[in-house]
Structure formats: structure tokens, C-alpha cells
Design a protein around this ligand. Structure first.
Ligand SMILES: Cc1cc2nc3c(=O)[nH]c(=O)nc-3n(C[C@H](O)[C@H](O)[C@H](O)COP(=O)(O)OP(=O)(O)OC[C@H]3O[C@@H](n4cnc5c(N)ncnc54)[C@H](O)[C@@H]3O)c2cc1C
Length: 444
């Protein structure tokens, strides 16, 4: 851990702030450059996102995820009350995140970063504009968390070009907060009543459809031809201007080296239909500080392990959430438009070769505050590998089970539980997991 080395974080969204707080906790001097979001957007967050914010030290931000909205889905002819989500205005979230960063000791500077990170000298540097003048800032390590605005635009893996058209609305008061999602001929619509006579509509479509919408009237005309109950638009008045956001999946090719890394949407962003965009951003920022720490403090081998670990994690996270999105698109079989065809077929299923599962392999893992290479169990539900079930170290047990007959394996499992005096509920849960991951077979 270092109290002298400095890190510069670019962008104060969820990924930037949670990474900055994590780095500060490890003892680095952390400065965060941020620019205000140029538009208002509402997004729906899950319980997992709320927990992630809280455990990352963002208590103010997590408190905004308080009142749940009932979420209805009208997807592929089925209509159901799916679940609940926390709908939050991103402006409010950004403000709370900045307060969380400030109260954790991160130095927050309102400055617009210009261009990419220059890694050509010993210390990486960036240009930024502050009070209308241009400056440069160098640090021992720079984290780019500028989201979809990051300028690393060349050479990335890219999904079908979706765009979302957003409009904030003034509508009649309703009894409770609610949201809905509808699949339609040319895309999908997410609507929200967020309280205080405020509504919101977001239509996600392909690039050419989005290009035809330049005003609220255009949006109304487009949506009136879609098969959806447009409850948010009944006697609605637009608030502010219509906004278009790029909403396609992309993975940047160079996401890390010894001087800089990309986190959150800057590294990899997913189609919003996948849900959990914020959660996937935090999947990266929760490991990023340990990766930086290993790069700045570790040996040459350890640095490389950390870099490879981060690259692999980001790719796995991207693959996982891209497929979640594709599988939602595949549920809708009524429409044959290009919009649906393209998204139902991306990403295509690429065989990773036949690899035995479960298996034990040496992989890099987080061992706070660093990244280490060690043996893990790779299973169907844990493609990145696990060392622990709860707080039980299970690699040695899994090895015994995989190398022996089911009868012998169950003896090892029973011994494992007895030696640790596990309560029966914990022992049963462990046994259930071992069976579900095919580490032992059921014939016990
Ligand atoms: C249309 C749409 C709808 C979505 N809906 C949901 C949803 O309902 N639920 C969900 O979980 N996720 C949703 N997402 C995804 C979610 O928005 C992102 O995954 C998440 O915000 C990523 O966080 P981040 O910190 O990486 O980036 P961002 O939140 O984009 O933060 C980037 C920050 O960097 C700042 N910045 C940019 N450029 C500069 C610069 N030059 N200098 C300084 N600062 C800069 C920006 O102002 C911003 O504050 C949606 C995405 C889209 C496109």
C-alpha cells in the first residue's frame, strides 16, 4: 500500500467514484476530475446495485435507492408484473456520488478532460480544461471512467447500433411510482412515473429510426405507430429537450496497461436491455483498486498477472451481460424487422472449445489488497473460478471429489463438514452446491 503514489480518476459516475474511493482506502492520493452530465436521465436499479453502492462506501448514493417502483413487462405478448426497481434521476445520483467521494477524502475537481491518456512518458498524463484554460496533469496511474464518452473510439468490439431517445415529461400525478417495458415493432419502450408529476419515456431503436426523431412531436409520431400502451404520454408535456444516447454494446480493445486502465462503461458497455449496466460497471470498479495496487506495488510478474486478470474479467463480464441482453431479445418472436433480427443474433455463440467442467486451474484472484495467481475451481456457474463457498475454502475438497469415486467423495465431504463442525444448514447448503456444480454426483 502506498501513501505517496498518486492516482487520477477521470469521470465521476458510479465506476469512477467507487474506484476512487477504493483507491483512497488503499492509501493512494486520489484526485477525481469530473464534468457534469449534459442531460437528465432516469434509470432503474436493482437491489444488487444498491448493495454494491453501500459496500463501496457510497452511502449517500445508496440512500437514493429507497422507494421501489412496480415494474410491468409487456414483452413477447406476455404481460406481467415482473418485479420492482429503484428509479433514480442520474443528476441526483451524480451529486450524491460526488459527496460520497469528497467525504472519503478524494479530491474532486470540476474539470473537463480533453482527449486520451498520454502514456508516452514515465508518468501518464492528460490534458484538461479548468475555468476556460487548458492544463496538463500527470499521476502514477490514471483510471479512465468517462463512460461512453471516453475517446478510445478506435478498434473496439461492437454490437448492433442501438440508440435510446429520452424525454422527461410533466404528467398527471399518480398514486405510486411505476415503470413498464414494452417490446414493439421497431424497438422497445421504457416508461416511468417518478413522482411529483414527473414522467419519463425512453425508446430504444436502431440508428436509422433514431435519426428520424428530432423533436418531441417526432417521438410522439413514431411511438403512436408502435404496439404499446403509452400511459406516460397521456396529456404529457415535454420537459427540456429530447436527448439521444448511444446504447450499444462495446468493448474497448486496450483497456489496461502499466500506466492506465478503463473502468465501467469506458471499458465495456452493454445494451440497456441487459439491465444492470450500473452493476456491471461496479463489477469492474470493485476489483480495479486491487489491480492498480498490484501494478504500482508488485513485481514485474505480479503486474502482468494483474493486467491479465483485469482483461479477462472485463471480457467475461462483457460476454455474460451481452448474452443476457440477446436472450431477452430472443424472447420476442412476433417481429421480423431488422432491429429484432440483428439483436437476436448478437453476440453469436462461439464455441470456446471443449473444456472439462468442473476443473481446477491456476487463475488470478483478488486477495485484498492485491491480485494473486492461485488455484480455483471453475464450474458452470463460476466461469471465473471460485476458491470459497461462503467463507469455506473449497479448492482442496473439490480436488479430492474430482479425483475420487462418488462414494469416497462423500466421505471427504462428510469429514470436511465434521472437522469444521459446520451447522447442518451450512453443511447441507455446501453439499447442495457441490452437487449443483457437478463436483460430486448425487448417488450418496
Ligand atoms: C439509454 C440507457 C439507459 C440505461 N439504463 C440503465 C438502467 O436502467 N439501469 C442500469 O443499471 N444501467 C442503465 N444504463 C447503463 C448505465 O448508465 C451505465 O452502465 C453506468 O452509468 C456506467 O457508469 P460509469 O460510471 O461507467 O459511466 P457514466 O455513468 O456514464 O459516468 C461517466 C462520467 O464521466 C463524466 N465525463 C465524461 N466525459 C468527461 C470528460 N471529458 N471530463 C470529465 N468527466 C467526463 C460524465 O459526465 C459522467 O459523470 C443505461 C444506459 C443507457 C445508454
Amino acid at each position: 500500500m502506498s501513501s505517496e503514489k498518486s492516482c487520477l480518476v477521470l469521470g465521476a459516475g458510479i465506476a469512477g467514484v467507487t474506484t476512487a474511493i477504493g483507491l483512497k482506502k488503499l492509501g493512494f492520493g486520489v484526485t477525481l476530475f469530473y464534468k457534469r452530465r449534459p442531460f437528465t436521465a432516469y434509470e432503474g436499479f436493482s437491489e444488487k446495485t444498491k448493495e454494491g453502492l453501500l459496500s463501496s462506501g457510497c452511502s449517500r448514493a445508496s440512500r437514493l435507492l429507497e422507494i421501489e417502483s412496480v415494474r410491468n413487462a409487456n414483452w413477447a405478448e406476455a404481460s406481467e408484473k415482473v418485479n420492482y426497481e429503484y428509479v433514480v434521476c442520474r443528476d441526483d445520483l451524480d451529486r450524491a456520488l460526488l459527496e460520497d467521494a469528497g467525504s472519503s477524502g478524494v479530491v474532486c475537481v470540476e474539470a473537463t478532460v480533453v482527449g486520451g491518456i498520454d502514456c508516452s512518458e514515465a508518468r501518464p498524463k492528460v490534458g484538461y480544461k479548468y475555468n476556460g484554460r487548458q492544463f496538463e496533469s500527470a499521476a502514477d496511474f490514471i483510471v479512465d471512467a468517462r463512460g461512453r464518452f471516453t475517446p478510445f473510439k478506435e478498434a473496439y468490439v461492437c454490437g448492433p447500433k442501438s440508440f435510446s431517445i429520452l424525454q422527461e415529461l410533466e404528467i398527471e400525478a399518480m398514486n405510486e411510482k411505476r415503470t413498464s417495458i414494452d417490446s414493439t415493432q421497431d424497438g422497445w419502450v421504457w416508461q416511468a412515473y417518478v413522482g411529483g408529476k414527473r414522467g419519463y419515456v425512453q425508446f430504444t431503436c436502431d440508428e436509422s429510426t433514431a435519426a428520424s426523431v428530432n423533436s418531441f412531436e417526432d417521438l410522439l409520431a413514431l411511438l403512436s405507430g408502435q404496439n404499446a400502451e403509452l400511459w406516460s404520454l397521456k396529456s404529457a408535456k415535454p420537459v427540456k429537450r429530447i436527448v439521444k444516447r448511444d446504447a450499444y454494446s462495446k468493448l474497448h480493445r486496450e483497456i489496461i496497461n502499466e500506466k492506465m486502465m478503463l473502468v465501467g462503461d469506458a471499458a465495456s458497455s452493454i445494451d440497456p436491455l441487459s439491465g444492470n449496466g450500473a452493476f456491471q460497471a461496479m463489477s469492474m470498479s470493485s476489483i480495479a483498486p486491487f489491480v492498480v495496487n498490484t501494478i504500482l506495488e508488485g513485481s514485474a510478474d505480479e503486474k502482468q498477472t494483474a493486467i491479465d486478470f483485469y482483461k479477462e474479467r472485463v471480457r467475461l463480464i462483457f460476454d455474460k451481460f451481452s448474452k443476457v441482453g440477446r436472450d431477452f431479445y430472443r424472447l420476442e418472436q412476433r417481429y421480423e424487422s431488422g432491429f429484432w433480427q440483428e439483436r437476436q443474433n448478437w453476440p453469436s455463440e462461439v464455441s470456446a472449445g471443449v473444456q472439462t467442467l468442473p476443473r481446477i486451474e491456476k487463475r488470478a484472484v483478488v486477495k485484498v489488497p492485491n491480485i494473486h495467481a492461485q488455484e480455483v475451481v471453475i464450474t458452470k456457474s463460476n466461469p471465473m473460478g471460485v476458491c470459497y463457498y461462503g467463507d469455506l475454502e473449497v479448492v482442496a475438497l473439490a480436488r479430492l471429489c474430482l479425483e475420487n469415486t462418488p462414494e469416497q467423495s462423500w466421505n471427504y465431504v462428510d469429514d470436511f463438514c465434521r472437522d469444521r463442525a459446520l451447522p447442518s444448514a451450512t453443511a447441507n447448503s455446501l453439499k447442495h452446491w457441490l452437487v449443483s456444480q457437478n463436483i460430486v454426483s448425487i448417488s450418496h
